[in-house]
Ligand binder design. Sequence first.
Ligand SMILES: C[S@@+](CC[C@H](N)C(=O)[O-])C[C@H]1O[C@@H](n2cnc3c(N)ncnc32)[C@H](O)[C@@H]1O
Length: 281
Amino acid sequence: MTRLVIFLFTLLYSCTHLDAPRSPASIDQNRSLIKNTRLCHKEAVPFVRHFAISSSDVKFELFMPEKNYRGGQGMGVTVNKIIVTGDTIYYALPEMLKALKIDAKQVAHWKSNKAVVLSLGEGLSGLLPHLRSKGVDVYGLDIWYHSSDIPTNNYVGTQMIDYLNKYGDHLIRGSSSNIPVADSSIDVIVAHKLVNNLSVEDGLATLSEIKRVLAPHGEVRIFGILGSHKSAIKKYLKKHFTKTHKWSFTEGTSSMRFSEAGDKSLEESGTLLLIKPLTAP
Ligand SMILES: C[S@@+](CC[C@H](N)C(=O)[O-])C[C@H]1O[C@@H](n2cnc3c(N)ncnc32)[C@H](O)[C@@H]1O
């Protein structure tokens, strides 16, 4: 039943927001272009804002480290000022799983329980493809999914379109503070590096939506709780989750990798919020 509801919502969103398929530059073509491009920077984040494209609710910005880099294709995209990814900067899947404390046993448990998993601010993280490959019923939500003006003249833009083409059926366009799924319909909610980008108000609105869509025995894993948001979040949890759930904050790390710098990583510390049901399902 829950899966049917999610499916219907996804279908509705796809029908109303998905544009006719375009012909993005081939990803392989772009990859070979990159291979043949000299390393033109050594700094971790050498972005220079180049230009922006706006639509009613989603604002894309392309970043280029220097003029004519990769034949002017650019390297990074932000959406509403939040970096989605750069082709040289990414969170590696193993580190993301570690940060969220998701191991193989956990994944097998979700699969055998037919849990419906929702990744908030999934972006291009690879979490959804990974869980799907393990047979988990997983959906991703992001504000830019199925947008009509994803940059096509940019490497990362083509990666975004590729992600939509491959996993579009499982990608829901929406904001974490207004999640377009039915009440009590999700068993597991995960968010890696989303709420640290939000204002405290949007973070609390996200928690309120999580509370609404979470099944009674559902669980939540959020990595990236800001120290400055912690007391407001604790207050919210005490007020709204105490009767049904317990929670914990754990210090951990996640690593950003820089592929062009020989896959060097920059370890970032962060706080994981785990919300578990008081009674097992
Ligand atoms: C830093 S990226 C993290 C992406 C991915 N979770 C990862 O770890 O690689 C943040 C993502 O959150 C998305 N995002 C930002 N605000 C959002 C909101 N209010 N609701 C849903 N997604 C949002 C951005 O578009 C972006 O894809």
